[in-house]
Write a protein that binds this ligand. Structure first.
Ligand code: IMP
Length: 430
């Protein structure tokens, strides 16, 4: 039986999942997005080309791969079509290989307006969202008033549902958030025009996935964001509005949990976070700036500078527990090259207690002080190293210590943005 793999970020997102997904599509035949929206951003570097993917799974660059967007994703037709156009202009065929669940919730301009107006209203207490409308779109889905992708196929029905939705949201925008209302006609015209282009991509994604599995095609379920941004288990309220754990792949794609055979956790060799919220190992010094500059830690969606800090074992421990991680991929090891000392946070101190796992909620995490262990760094470059034995001995010790603290083996080490800048210790699909 073919194996299916779920890949998830174990930190606060931006762990470098896109490159790993792209690498794994040597083996996978299909790639599935199951949550989030165009708040995600994977920058892929293929030869000379840099391509940012937001909604479309990273497998799209391989022309023999099918890509699926499950019903757990919130889909902005504007963002989706822009991405398709960019890819097709760059010579990547998308239509015919991208299958969009008819049950996915639509993310519309009113969601963007609400997200941005609310963040402004929160002022200093803002969450630091990507401003893409993700939260309001998920709210509408949960409130059962959301519009779904399939609604685009019936213009009269779409218009009636949109009237109802905008009656509510325009009221909030005008009278509570002091923001301009949206024009219903304009929103409907734009969405329906885009809908005509999206129509041919609509599919019964669960049925297609079931058929692919029956044919023995290995599937890759591609998580967006990171486990610590999970709506339930993350640093609430500084989280995104979806479940970003491995288990969400089952509900968000529409496959049974027994179809998820193994979980690959992506972890950066250090930690970053974009947006507000507690971050125990955050650095405000020269080393933090070094990580940001060498690691090019600027958001691929919003361009915001990411906050940087040391590796955090208690945070990883929580992710491993929540996701059932079977193997780790350590990314961006090369960013630590040249540091005389590398630090790992092995526990937190909170009041008189020592914790070895991240607690729940922002306030509890904010009260945690990191306990560090120092290891000697390495002066050699690890950029592009492809063999474990070619790594500096101190880099190997650092990775071994991460695996030891995690209690989970390291399957892959990523040593650069290119596909083949990868050390394979255990192939996740084998
Ligand atoms: P939202 O998902 O736009 O509502 O943003 C909520 C929080 O999640 C903010 O802190 C964002 O910076 C963060 N976030 C959302 N998507 C990503 C991502 O793909 N990578 C990293 N952080 C993200």
């Amino acid at each position: 039986m073919a194996k299916n793999v779920v890949i998830i970020g174990t930190q606060w997102g931006d762990e470098g999942k896109g490159k790993v997904v792209d690498w794994l599509t040597d083996t996978a035949r299909g790639v599935v997005r199951f949550q989030g929206g165009h708040n995600a951003g994977h920058t892929l570097v293929i030869g000379e080309r840099r391509q940012v993917l937001r909604l479309i799974p990273s497998g799209i660059l391989r022309t023999d791969i099918h890509c699926y967007i499950g019903s757990g994703v919130v889909v902005s037709p504007t963002a989706l079509l822009q991405e398709i156009d960019e890819l097709e202009t760059a010579g990547v065929p998308v239509r015919g290989r991208l299958h969009l669940s008819e049950a996915a919730t639509l993310l519309l301009p009113c969601h963007v307006a609400l997200d941005q107006a609310r963040e402004r209203r929160r002022g200093a207490g803002a969450i630091g969202t990507t401003g893409r409308g993700i939260g309001p779109a998920y709210e509408d889905r949960a409130a059962r008033r959301g519009l779904r992708v399939a609604d685009l196929l019936d213009p009269a029905h779409f218009r009636a549902r949109l009237d109802e939705l905008l009656e509510l949201h325009n009221f909030t925008l005008q009278h509570f958030l002091q923001a301009p209302p949206l024009d219903v006609q304009q929103v409907a015209d734009e969405a329906l025009a885009l809908g005509e282009r999206i129509g041919p991509m609509l599919a019964d994604v669960p049925a297609m996935l079931a058929a692919a599995m029956k044919r023995g095609e290995p599937l890759l379920f591609e998580g967006a964001q990171g486990a610590l941004l999970d709506i339930d288990h993350g640093t609430y309220p500084f989280v995104t509005s979806s479940n970003c754990l491995a288990g969400a792949a089952s509900a968000g794609a529409g496959v049974g949990p027994q179809a998820l055979h193994s979980v690959l956790g992506i972890v950066k060799a250090y930690t970053t976070r974009v947006g507000a919220g507690p971050f125990p190992t955050e650095l405000h010094d020269e080393t933090g700036r070094h990580l940001a500059n060498v690691g090019k830690e600027f958001g691929s969606v919003t361009g915001r500078a990411r906050r940087c800090g040391w590796f955090d074992a208690p945070a990883l421990a929580r992710s491993i527990q929540l996701n059932g991680v079977n193997g780790l991929v350590v990314t961006k090891l090369d960013v630590l090259d040249g540091l005389p000392t590398v630090r790992l946070c092995t526990a937190y101190r909170r009041g008189g207690e020592t914790l070895d796992i991240l607690p729940f909620g922002a306030e509890a995490v904010a009260a945690c002080e990191p306990v560090y262990e120092d290891m000697p760094g390495w002066s050699e470059s690890t950029v592009g190293v492809r063999e474990w034995s070619a790594l500096p001995v101190n880099a190997r010790r650092y990775l071994e210590r991460i695996a030891e603290l995690a209690g989970v083996p390291v399957d892959l080490v990523s040593t650069g943005p290119e596909r083949d800048e990868t050390i394979v210790l255990r192939h996740p699909f084998h």
